[in-house]
Design a protein around this ligand. Structure first.
Ligand code: NDP
Length: 312
């Protein structure tokens, strides 16, 4: 059994930023990277909207920089996963996949969220090699300006992404699997008004076409059975996200979807000494820069918590 002052779970922008702040505050943080070290940015190609990189940077390279910065101040980074927690006492107990038991005075959760995918082989192949399939229009839409694209989904995210893309692209095909959208009325009205958005009702994706790059899609009307091939260059999946919070649900207050509920304006959860940052607690912004911001907040909240109790 090992006792630490500050355990950080997760290694995206939130986790590494929390580590930089915690290490510089002499909290001797230990960071468990989780199953996907670097988080969602590891499957992104160019990042052009993170301040400080005027020429843009590749997602994996940026995460390597985050990691180096956290290491520079002495963060103990472990390429392992926390698989179980027990938040019943004042000291929080965690177990790793290698069987280690860690007791922590404070915990910073930065486990992120994962985009949901359709599950097509072509989708995974073209998403991994930056071939034109993405789960974030705000991140990647700019690369498809002037080109025809598609957005899958009928919720607020899909509506928002379609509207965002409609300002960059001559034609946005929005694929909705039922004859109505789940999105709020106001978003639906905006989609209706946008001339460049064409909504395909009762429509599912059979295949994304293209070898190295998206060239089109084969879609099927699930009422009539009719299939159509449509040329596009970008394919955006917006069918929801799943926060990676399953191991905490017994202890922390989560919303209906599974996002950790924090006290507004802070990273404080319902368990004293446990702080939540990044996409695990943010269903709205989900950007690298906002995740980094809440990672910083979590480290400052944890430092205050430990100082008030004279632990550090
Ligand atoms: P939602 O769960 O609300 O919507 C998911 C959409 O994707 C639904 O239309 C769903 O269809 C569709 N879908 C799910 N699986 C598939 C599939 N396999 N194939 C095709 N379509 C599929 O997720 P969102 O990310 O849109 O929103 C999450 C939450 O965040 C919501 O509460 C939303 O209101 C909120 N939000 C708010 C925003 C705002 O206020 N500006 C912006 C973005 C999100 P079906 O309806 O048939 O199940």
């Amino acid at each position: 059994m090992e006792h630490v002052h500050c355990l950080i779970i997760g290694s995206g922008p939130a986790g590494y930023t929390a580590a930089v702040y915690a290490a510089r505050a002499n909290m001797k943080p230990v960071l468990y990277t989780g199953p996907e070290p670097g988080g969602q940015l590891m499957i992104t190609t160019d990042v052009e909207n993170y301040p400080g990189y005027p020429e843009g940077i590749m997602g994996p390279e940026m995460m390597e920089d985050f990691k180096k910065q956290a290491e520079r101040f002495g963060t103990d980074i472990r390429m392992e996963m926390i698989t179980k927690v027990d938040f019943s006492g004042p000291v929080h107990k965690c177990w790793s996949d290698s069987g280690a038991e860690i007791h922590a005075d404070s915990i910073i959760i930065a486990t992120g969220a994962s985009a949901k995918w359709l599950g097509l082989e072509s989708e995974q192949r073209l998403a991994k090699n930056g071939g034109g399939v993405s789960a974030c229009a705000v991140c990647d839409g700019f690369f498809y300006r002037g080109m025809d694209v598609a957005v899958v989904g009928g919720g607020d995210t899909a509506a928002e992404e379609a509207l965002y893309l409609s300002k960059l692209c001559p034609k946005v095909h929005m694929l909705v699997r039922r004859d109505e959208m789940r999105a709020s009325k106001i978003m639906q009205q905006r989609v209706e008004k946008a001339e460049s958005i064409q909504v395909h009702w009762n429509t599912v994706t059979e295949e994304i076409l293209g070898g190295e790059q998206v060239e089109g899609m084969r879609i099927k009307n699930n009422k009539t059975g009719e299939t159509t091939e449509v040329p596009i260059k970008g394919f955006f999946v917006a069918i929801g996200h799943k926060p990676n919070t399953d191991i905490f649900k017994e202890w922390l207050t989560l919303d209906d979807v599974g996002y950790i509920v924090t006290k507004p304006g802070s990273t404080v959860t319902n368990v004293p000494g446990v702080f939540a940052s990044g996409d695990a607690q943010d269903s709205i912004y989900r950007q690298a820069v906002t995740a980094a911001g809440t990672g910083c907040m979590a480290a400052l909240d944890a430092e205050r918590y430990l100082t008030e109790r004279e632990i550090i």
